[in-house]
Ligand binder design. Sequence first.
Ligand code: GAL
Length: 456
Amino acid sequence: MRRTILVAAVAVVGLVAAACGSSDSDSGSTNDSNGSTQSAADDGAGSSDSPDASGDGEAAAGGAGGDVGVFTWWADGSEKKGLDALVDIFGEKYPNDTFVNLAVAGGAGSNAKAKLAADLQAGNPPDSFQGHAGAELSDYINNGQIEPLDDLYDAEGWNDVFPADLLDRLKMDGHIYSVPSNIHRANVVWVNNQVLTDAGLDPKTAPADIDAWIADMDKIKESGVDTPLSIGGTWTQVELLETVLISDLGADGYNGLFDGSTDWASDGVTTALNHYKALLGYANTAADGDDWPGATDMVIDGKAAYNVMGDWAVAEFTDKGKKDGEDYSYWAVPGQEGVYDFLADSFTLPVGAKNAEGAKDWLRLIGSAEGQKAFNLAKGSIPARTDITSDDFPPYQQWAMDEFGKDTIVSSIAHGAAVNLAWGTDIGTAVSQFYGSQDVEALQSALVQAAQNNMK
Ligand code: GAL
């Protein structure tokens, strides 16, 4: 599949348009929401149990019935709160269905993706799983592991409510696969206001570029803070690296890394890799598997000044009782004002799902205005639907909705939007090795090789 790049000119309009209103069929019933965590072994209901499984995209009243096993990596903390918000509504709208939580812990799917791949390979899919819009999704489509959802899109009217360019990232050969729950932004710096103020810096103003940012980190060190920048394990380092590439190459140059028009061996990439190495010199020591909440918490707790993290981080600040603007600030990574490094979680219907009709109920909820609002309020992301007003969202998401509507959109490497699973794995291996070697030349060769091996 030729990957299309989302660009501002044709991207999203009207994120602040009409009021919310669910397009779901009305189940009319309420129920105590379950959210129960059961073992995968319990996930035995087949679509034959469904009271009214039409198979034509129409919902059965109260849901198809049976267990609906949903696979994510939103297992803990603020991420689980996002999932829980969905599960609550699922229980109300589809009282016949039983949600089965198949979450595997580990940010960015660092553990989940291997388990999912093994389950899919073994012909033991969940009823629905979380994937990323874009290149990662194309893997599942090419492998014949997920079903097209054209009928569901028609029945729910979703072709009109999701941005056209997002829909393009969910399509292959004219068919649409998966339902997006949200849009996250990866290139955000989270800032501890007090730490910066103590260092004589304005927490609300982003430095102009990476060099200016590094100069500020020196000031922070001089003020007595040992760790200006917090990082976690490998995938968080990949995310940091992708943002430095955006700063040094610009949006067009960065986009070109994925279609061959920018050479991974170019001087621009060398500059970015040297910047990346310099930034790591201001960071804490991290082990491969360290997860993101630990890194974000260092900023929350004043042990670090900055953390580059996707905007799931805002849910962590909220969870810890921190106040937007008072305790923390945020801006795009220096040198990329007006660029939105995008990713979207998107839910699938796997081939061979035991309860395909129940899975469609889950997907109906994911695509509904009600589900998108509840989920994104808790998760820190913004709705993928364009008909949800920003009025009821907190300041961070209001800012993000506004930015998404006008920024140049680029695709995240660390979160499956720009590169497929194999390419992402190769980049992760290169970044992990670099963390030990600090050898820029070796990192660049490995990235060149990864592109050669995986670029379609
Ligand atoms: C991303 C995912 C986000 C969030 C993040 C950290 O890959 O799209 O929703 O979960 O990982 O775990």
